[in-house]
Design a protein around this ligand. Structure first.
Ligand code: AMP
Length: 121
């Protein structure tokens, strides 16, 4: 698995070196608006730990961080009042998915009726 890059952009956001439009923060997670939104609401939730991707996180993160992170994703969606109208979550892992930032992030999309899950190739 790729080694974690301590200077990836989300690591720098976590260290406070780069600003973000913060939505939520707790001991386990930070959520902020995506800089290039793909839906009326497009928020990213990242764990507070050096994990490249979903594979790295689910294999190596401690239980309290794993639980806290996934609870934070649900809480952020609820706080954004997306639970009832609905929302989509997505996490890209690796080259085939076009993962751009090598720090695990879950996208939350909402605010309109979302289209098909994937555009057909
Ligand atoms: P992915 O392709 O899943 O790695 O998605 C990376 C996401 O990070 C993209 O949707 C980008 O728009 C977003 N992004 C990159 N840099 C920033 C930043 N500084 N603040 C907020 N979102 C960012």
């Amino acid at each position: 698995m790729t080694a974690y890059d301590q200077n990836n952009i989300f690591a720098r956001i976590l260290r406070g070196e780069i600003p973000c439009k913060k939505v939520y923060e707790d001991d386990h997670a930070l959520a902020f608006h995506d800089i290039n939104p793909q839906a009326p609401i497009h928020v990213l939730v990242i764990p507070k730990g050096p994990y490249v991707s979903m594979a790295d996180f689910t294999a190596n993160a401690p239980d309290d961080l794993t639980l806290g992170f996934f609870r934070a994703v649900g809480k952020v969606a609820a706080d954004l009042e997306l639970t009832e109208p609905g929302y989509r979550i997505l996490a890209n892992h690796g080259p085939d998915s076009h993962q751009e930032v090598p720090h695990l992030h879950i996208h939350i999309f909402g605010g309109k009726r979302l289209g098909p899950m994937l555009v057909r190739a």
